[in-house]
Design a protein around this ligand. Structure first.
Ligand code: CIR
Length: 260
């Protein structure tokens, strides 16, 4: 196992498509504004690039409304990439569109073939292990197949639970540095981070948990001032990115890129 970290040379993103208005959502809180979403997406990419990383921008896929959320299609590790098997039927086909791009960068690209399901949004890779949250999209068989695929790379996979009503495990947490996790209280009370230092999102700011540490920055959805201040006070260089439109589709900072 080559210690995975928050230092990345590259990210892959995909442009939002107009059909994003038909994207999956747990609760309908309004139609996403495509123009605003594109604006926020551009700032997201610019911020990743500002760290010195290369960002590979893939073209939109009109047949896949949720395809801007590339994180769910793969798990990128230093040793290789694993193609996922999304639990949402409308998203299964996105994986084949991502595979050739990962093969350009990785010699070793493996694949979860099923019958189980697993999505990248349920996987948190830390310096010591891979945590996978069971959810509506990720089942035990999917996790067991992932476990067998990463075993010879030396990874330990730990199964944890995603809080009820939360789409993905990482909807509620993110890695801030090798030993620190940003988490909602409702997730942290499960005890799944007992071996880590945990910083909690502020009360009422649970949606700030879907952030990413990318090189020197923490990309945080904007509109969560108490959590932003808390991260700042803990020494993190916080960059706030508008996320109102992706949030209507249960998306946050981590969903929008594959990082390696
Ligand atoms: C979905 O329900 O699949 C999309 N609307 C949102 C996916 C968000 N992805 C993520 O958290 N990794």
């Amino acid at each position: 196992m080559n210690e995975p970290s928050y230092e990345f040379a590259r990210a892959i993103t995909r442009a939002p498509c107009k059909n994003i208005i038909d994207g999956l959502r747990a609760v309908d809180i309004g139609t996403p504004d495509f123009t605003q979403m594109c604006h926020d997406h551009t700032l997201y990419i610019q911020t990743l690039r500002e760290t010195g990383a290369t960002v590979i921008e893939l073209p939109f896929l009109e047949n896949y409304p949720d395809s801007v959320f590339v994180e769910d299609t793969a798990l990128c590790l230093p040793e290789g990439a694993i193609l996922m098997k999304p639990g949402a039927p409308s998203r299964l086909g996105e994986v084949a569109h991502m595979a050739p791009h990962l093969r350009e960068f990785y010699d070793d690209v493996r694949e979860v073939k099923g019958p189980g399901h697993i999505e990248g949004g349920d996987i948190l890779t830390t310096s010591k292990e891979i945590l996978v949250g069971l959810s509506e999209r990720t089942d035990m068989e999917g996790v067991e197949e992932l476990r067998s695929l990463v075993k010879d790379w030396g990874y330990t996979v730990r199964i944890v639970n995603t809080p009820a009503g939360v789409l993905h495990f990482k909807t509620d947490c993110s890695l801030l540095d090798t030993n620190t996790i940003l988490s909602t209280k409702r997730l942290a009370v499960s005890g799944c981070f007992k071996d880590y230092r945990v910083l909690h999102t502020a009360e009422g700011e649970e949606a700030a948990a879907n952030s990413i540490r990318f090189n020197q920055f923490v990309l945080l959805p904007s509109g969560f001032p108490k959590t932003a201040q808390m991260l700042h006070d803990n020494g993190y260089d916080v960059r706030e990115i508008g996320n109102t439109e992706c949030a209507k589709l249960d998306g946050g900072m981590s969903c929008l890129s594959l990082r390696f």
